[in-house]
Design a protein. Structure first.
Length: 255
């Protein structure tokens, strides 16, 4: 089902106002005289850095992405709390989605919002790696089952949306992140026909930044996207089979 226009517009307007603020990780012990007096935010950051109170954020892609994603979800939850008739809750780690939005403001149904971050490649026109849109051998393959960690089955969401962030890594800067840009699209609109990993069962997005910005993936329709990826021969290891059987038993017990 297509995402409601008002939710797309709301997310895009909020993301346009998001600023990634962390300038480092606070370290309690420092070297300076007390009290520490600052004339403003920039002066405080400078004095904290000079006094040894700031360490750099991680530069490893997955760790840095997690920091940005947590900050963005915090920001969106605060904005949802200020929006009449809107509700939001954070998803569990390593589950789907990162954020669930609901309430009368958005049709009285639930919507899944997943957040992905990607470092820009050196050429500046592509992401360094392909963003993951869905895990293909669990909730995407069996969309009527509530998998562990999920609030509800995949098909129970009225719509699915992705927030894709691309940034330039600056290793000389403690905050690491420069030129962060956020795009909001339905996943099928930015999907490729390639997996995002050679070892994991993930559906991948396109890598051209212009295509991500414009919502110009490799599928002409949502139906074509689902037909292609639902037929894809993903591996289903024993651990996933056990999860599936457990989820099926729990679902039967609730019915």
């Amino acid at each position: 089902m297509a995402a409601p226009r008002d939710l797309l517009d709301w997310l895009r307007s909020q993301c346009a106002e998001f600023v990634f603020l962390p300038a480092g990780v606070y370290v309690e012990q420092g070297e300076h005289d007390w009290p520490l007096v600052a004339t403003g935010p920039a002066d405080l950051t400078s004095k904290l850095g000079e006094g040894g109170h700031l360490a750099a954020l991680p530069k490893e892609s997955a760790a840095l992405a997690n920091v940005i994603e947590v900050a963005l979800v915090d920001f969106l939850l605060e904005r949802l709390d200020r929006t009449p008739g809107a509700t939001g809750r954070r998803g569990e780690e390593r589950s789907y989605p990162d954020l669930e939005i609901g309430g009368d403001a958005f049709g009285g149904t639930f919507h899944a919002v997943d957040i992905k971050m990607a470092r820009l490649a050196k050429n500046g026109t592509q992401t360094q790696s392909r963003c993951t849109l869905y895990t293909g051998n669990t909730y995407f393959k069996w969309p009527t089952i509530r998998w562990p960690g999920m609030f509800r089955p995949f098909d129970d969401y009225a719509s699915h949306l992705d927030i894709i962030g691309v940034y330039r890594l600056d290793v000389a800067y403690r905050g690491r992140v420069r030129d962060l840009e956020l795009f909001v699209h339905e996943p099928w609109r930015i999907a490729s026909k390639e997996r995002s990993s050679t070892t994991r069962e993930y559906l991948g997005a396109v890598v051209e930044v212009a295509a991500l910005r414009e919502g110009r993936g490799e599928f002409d329709t949502e139906d074509a996207f689902y037909k292609y990826w639902r037929a894809y021969p993903f591996r289903v290891p024993k651990a996933v089979e056990r999860q599936l059987q457990k989820a099926l038993r729990e679902q039967e017990g609730r019915s």
